[in-house]
Design a protein. Structure first.
Length: 388
């Protein structure tokens, strides 16, 4: 099959610039998509020229730009990939929509729900295909939990529990601003762990367990001042370092969500568990090739399965019948973090050519933003916030 060329403009050259570039390079090695991505141009700030040059050489971009508007409006760019800090997402997506480009945007979609709504309007008006990179949905084991829930194997859900923990900001010496640490500045990141980490947990939770009806949150800022590495000045820290919230889902189940960058020992520890009448499932990102599943009753009859093997089963999610896995190696061999981006890109490219509609798009990601905003508002006002 001859493939259609898809010229990529990458707006950022950091961590996500690398994961997305890798996905474009790898996607057709594993999925026979209708498109051939070409790494046409990448953008970095004036002050990031050294990093940009290295990025261009390592991934093979044909050219570089130091002005993102120029890059977006180049006639030879088909798809704009927004992998910049959060405060730039809105302007970049609006410009890309105006230019009629296909859009991929990193999470969180925006700094606030108001921004997200503006982005949805612009993208829908332009009618351009779009995707938001909530890549954890595409961990095969998490996709398998979604399948198990949809098959009725959990039954009526009672509890949903999500945890997302890191520990890299514990020292007072960690500055705010600059590469990766822009996450500590409210004007660049919007929120702290809520938008950065819990947005993933919320997206996955609503995908698996349906919409959240209301939330009650508590947030904490443990270190209230840091030196900003861009300005050299001390900066007041207002983003949430840690956040816990209670949720009630529309289906009547209860949720707890916890996230922190102060959980000593935890690097990128993300778990979810759902407990229902007929069964339960658990996932831990530190063992991403496994799920644990507790089968209590037959989903067809609702009757307890009477045998002596009842208990948690640890299932290695590497068989051809498991989500995405037939595209990789043989059963028993594992894939990793980078493959979640490859799986997402493959689904998106197929959706451009008559395949299943891609999810989440900006509209669905705006919903996640709405929940994030409700969490922050709840913590501020110390009360439950209802979500429409
Ligand atoms: N899907 C995921 O799991 C995941 C993981 C990490 C980050 N992200 C998201 O991806 C986006 C980019 O994050 P990242 O980890 O790649 O960041 P990064 O710091 O590694 O890279 C950011 C890039 O943006 C550019 N930039 C422009 N203005 C900047 C500014 N004022 N400060 C710093 N850099 C600036 C830099 O040149 C750099 O190339 C964010 O929206 C983040 O939330 C998503």
């Amino acid at each position: 099959m001859s493939k259609k060329i898809l010229n990529v403009g990458m707006l950022g050259c950091g961590f996500m610039g690398r994961t997305h570039s890798n996905a474009y390079c790898q996607v057709n090695h594993f999925f026979n998509t209708p498109y051939q991505p070409v790494l046409k141009a990448c953008y970095g700030r004036e002050e990031d020229q050294e990093a940009l040059k290295k990025f261009q050489e390592m991934w093979g971009y044909e050219s570089v730009e130091t002005d993102w508007k120029t890059l977006i409006n180049r006639k030879d760019i088909d798809i704009v990939d927004v992998v910049s800090p959060n405060f730039l997402h809105k302007e970049m997506v609006l410009e890309a929509a105006k230019a009629g480009k296909k859009i991929i945007c990193e999470k969180p979609l925006a700094m606030s729900y108001a921004e997200a709504e503006e982005m949805v309007k612009a993208v829908e008006k332009a009618g351009v295909p779009n995707m938001v990179s909530f890549n954890y949905r595409r961990v095969p084991a998490i996709s398998l939990i979604k399948q198990i829930v949809d098959e009725g194997r959990i039954g009526r859900p009672f509890h949903y529990r999500a945890v997302y923990l890191q520990d890299y900001t514990i020292s007072q010496k960690v500055p705010s601003g600059g590469a990766a640490l822009w996450r500590l500045s409210a004007k660049i990141a919007g929120s702290g762990v809520t938008g950065d980490l819990l947005a993933h947990s919320i997206d996955t939770a609503e995908w698996i367990n349906g919409p959240i009806a209301k939330v009650s949150a508590y947030t904490e800022v443990f270190i209230k001042e840091r030196r900003n590495s861009d300005t050299g000045e001390m900066e007041k820290i207002t983003i949430d370092d840690a956040c816990m919230f209670l949720a009630v889902f529309q289906n009547g189940s209860m949720g707890t969500f916890e996230s922190s960058r102060y959980a000593r020992g935890r690097k990128n520890y993300s778990t979810l568990e759902i407990n229902g009448e007929l069964g339960a499932a658990f996932f831990n990102l530190e063992e991403p090739e496994y799920i644990e599943f507790f089968r209590y009753a037959d989903p067809k009859t609702g009757q307890k399965i009477e045998d002596h093997l009842t208990g948690w089963q640890k299932i290695l999610v590497t068989n051809g019948e498991h989500p995405y896995m037939k595209n990789y190696w043989v059963p028993g061999t594992t894939i990793g973090y980078e493959h979640t981006f490859i799986n997402g890109l493959a689904d998106f490219l197929f959706s451009l050519d008559g395949g299943a509609k891609f999810s989440p798009d900006v509209k669905q990601a705006a919903r996640t933003q709405k929940v994030c905003d409700a969490v922050i508002q709840s913590a501020k006002e110390q009360r439950w916030i209802e979500l429409s």
